[in-house]
Design a protein. Structure first.
Length: 687
């Protein structure tokens, strides 16, 4: 989805070349999120002049466009604010015109880049048009710049933060945005990286709250009416309501602002090469960077939430977001899994003493044990990982389990109660559907748990407690290592919940032992890489469709494999519950239809074999994922992918890896862009 990157230097002299390169590099670090056009705005040659560059396609094309435009790259700026953006089209097709940044007017008095959706943009647009504004694009974003300009023209001496608050008050939807010189955020979040030559005085920034919201009561009610009727625009808030403290972190001993650089991004991976010092904005924070100081303002009055934002040191290393020796991020991430699952278990699973400790859940574990229901809510791959662990949760905890697709859960406005525990599983922690479902559950008083990869993401911040899966940055749009780490993290969650159950003692020990061996078993499976590559070329080249069959705990594995194959190789692939085959799908089966069947041994093996026989009887020649040397598949003509055996409830972890490799080699075989599949984005931050 859209990515935002901003760079501000204050009292640190930089030439235009450096500024533009920094912005372009920042954008290329965000490329993995998925986008269809890119743009930036930097200062022009004269005072108050802005130069904007916009291009459809990749960041490399924007780089070319800038080179062709030949701006004076030697021009130097002691202080400067540049903003840039990768766009994933929601309102209006990918054209130069619709590219961000968008402007308030021909002079670019206000420039804006934005991630998310403004749901009331039509009303705002109609209103601003009635005030004489002429819109140039089909985007929802443009109304932000024009609204800022309209308010500013009415009150030219208004402070920037007051103006920003007034603008944000009028916007509805989920958004993070950069207004030139200012940075307000309301989901998805923005991260601010800070680089100073001297040590910062303190490692936090104070938050300034509005006393009664940003607006006096009379104006607030006036505005509510405006939102309904769109009849006239608000007057800006009374600036006497704004307290302005100094940002202690950025002052030298004598109280003078010190040279500083700020990197503003949708994602820490674009920041890590410049600085490790970062600050995560929370929902509704407005960051205002002015004269080398960062101030954080809130639209709301202090509701008891923290009045500081900590400047943290991120542990992310640059090489973690580089491809290294691999051709694609997805390939790297598939091959990282023997280590990433160890990282998920590190310090949590003690295989010697058979103990699981999940620090992030410790305070809540007994409450969760008493809950009426555990509801897992997620999308896509994360939803599949929830399905994959449903059985082990039911078995170990004996708590009723529901697994929900976030969008469907919201569409149904499903009942949620105070004694429910709702678990939100998300790699990015920013998926709009999951995030909205989280808010829905919070409003209903349920206990919420996050199972998230990205530290500091919205879901990890908004849930009461949770587990970081620690899989490391996942850049490939197709989720691979996050799936296996989510799976392991949730199995550990189930193990923690059942710690007090004597009847489950033996089973728990068996699972923990199994977890201890998984990493080595992953390594064994990854040795099948070449044979799987050959198999793809031999059996699936130029096919139109593929069936993936699994039963019980292996149905989610089939669903996940089918999703991987569809999303990066564009081959239609359908996951079918083997038991359902005879109820319709069998009609598709003949000697030509490619089929993969998951037939590792578990308590449903005999039933799964029925489906196998049904396929064979119709001339089908399925490729079988089975355990090594299974006599059932000893016939020389049976095509097999042999995976080691583990505890039944963990078998899906192993079985999914050949399917990840199948999807990868299918896409490579078709010459497709594995890491950036068409139409898709890494973090789906729109509904
Ligand atoms: C996975 O390969 C997909 N790209 C997609 O289904 C993804 O899992 C889904 O959008 C949910 O994302 P999340 O885990 O970041 O919430």
């Amino acid at each position: 989805m859209c990515g935002i990157f901003g760079y501000i230097n204050y009292l640190v002299e930089r030439d235009r070349q450096f500024i533009i390169d920094t912005l372009l590099n920042g954008l290329s670090r965000l490329e993995y999120r998925g986008y269809d056009s890119a743009g930036m705005a930097v200062d022009g040659d004269k005072k108050n002049e802005v130069q904007a560059f916009k291009e459809v396609g990749k960041v490399a094309k924007l780089r070319e466009l800038i080179a062709e435009s030949k701006p004076d790259m030697t021009k130097s700026f002691e202080s400067h604010a540049g903003i840039s953006h990768t766009r994933w089209a929601t309102h209006g097709t990918p054209t130069r015109q619709n590219c961000h940044p968008h402007r308030s007017d021909a002079t670019w008095e206000f420039a804006v880049v934005h991630n998310g959706i403004i749901t009331n943009y039509k009303e705002l647009k109609a209103l601003l048009e009635s005030k004489g504004f002429r819109f140039e694009t089909e985007t929802d974003t443009e109304c932000i710049a024009k609204l800022a300009k309209y308010l500013y023209d009415q009150h030219p001496d208004i402070e920037f933060t007051v103006l920003a608050k007034a603008v944000i008050k009028e916007l509805e939807g989920a958004f993070g945005l950069l207004l030139k010189l200012s940075l307000p955020a309301r989901v998805p979040p923005l991260v601010i990286g800070v680089r100073t030559s001297k040590k910062m005085k303190v490692d936090f920034v104070d938050v300034e709250f509005s006393e009664e919201g940003a607006l006096p009561a009379e104006q607030a009610s006036q505005n509510a009416a405006i939102k309904k009727s769109s009849a006239s625009l608000l007057a800006p808030p009374d600036k006497s309501l704004l307290h302005r403290s100094q940002s202690r972190a950025f002052l030298s001993d004598d109280g003078i602002p010190q040279p500083a650089e700020f990197f503003l991004s949708s994602d820490p991976s674009a920041i890590v090469e410049h600085t490790k010092k970062v600050l995560y904005l929370e929902d509704d924070d407005i960051a205002h960077i002015h004269e080398g100081q960062l101030n954080i303002h809130r639209l709301t009055k202090n509701d008891g939430t923290s009045n500081v934002r900590t400047i943290q040191t991120i542990e992310l290393e640059l090489q973690e977001i580089m491809k290294g020796k691999f051709d694609h991020f997805m390939q790297k991430e598939i091959f990282e899994q023997p280590e990433s699952i160890v990282n998920t278990m590190r310090g949590r699973l003690d295989t010697v003493n058979k103990k699981v400790t999940l620090g992030g859940l410790r305070q809540y574990i007994s409450t969760i044990r008493r809950c009426r229901r555990l509801i897992f809510i997620a999308c896509g791959t994360s939803y599949h990982s929830c399905m994959a662990v449903r059985g082990v949760f039911e078995e170990l905890t004996e708590i009723p389990i529901a697994v929900e697709l976030a969008s469907d859960f919201l569409d149904r406005q499903a009942p949620v109660f105070r004694d429910d525990t709702c678990v939100f599983v998300s790699q990015s922690g920013e998926t709009a559907d999951s995030l909205m479902a989280l808010r829905y559950c919070l409003e209903r008083g349920a206990l919420t748990v996050g199972v998230v990869n990205v530290v500091g993401s919205s879901i990890s911040l908004l849930t009461h407690c949770g587990v970081h899966i620690n899989a490391g940055p996942e850049i490939g749009v197709a989720s691979t290592k996050a799936y296996t780490s989510q799976f392991v993290a949730m199995v550990m969650f189930a193990l923690s919940l059942s710690e007090d159950r004597a009847s489950k003692h033996q089973r728990r020990e068996e699972i923990m032992e199994g977890l201890g061996k998984i990493s080595e078993q992953f390594r064994e499976i990854l040795k099948l890489n070449d044979s799987i590559k050959d198999m793809c070329a031999k059996f699936f080249k130029d096919q139109k469709s593929l069936l993936l069959l699994g039963r019980g705990a292996q149905f989610p594995t089939a669903l996940e494999g089918a999703l991987k194959i569809k999303e990066i190789s564009y081959l239609h692939c359908e996951a079918v519950m083997s038991g359902e085959l005879k109820h319709g799908v069998l009609a598709l089966v003949d000697e030509n239809l490619p089929i993969i069947m998951i037939l590792t041994r578990d308590n449903l093996f005999t039933k799964s074999l029925n489906a196998y026989q049904q396929v064979i009887a119709r001339g089908g020649r399925p490729i079988v994922i089975c355990n090594p040397d299974d006599p059932e598949f000893s016939a020389a003509q049976t095509e097999k992918i042999a995976v080691p055996k583990t505890v039944d409830c963990l078998q899906g972890l192993l079985n999914v890896i050949p399917l990840q490799l199948v999807s990868y080699w299918l896409a490579v075989g078709e010459g497709l862009n594995v890491d950036f599949p068409r139409n898709l984005a890494k973090s789906v931050t729109v509904e």
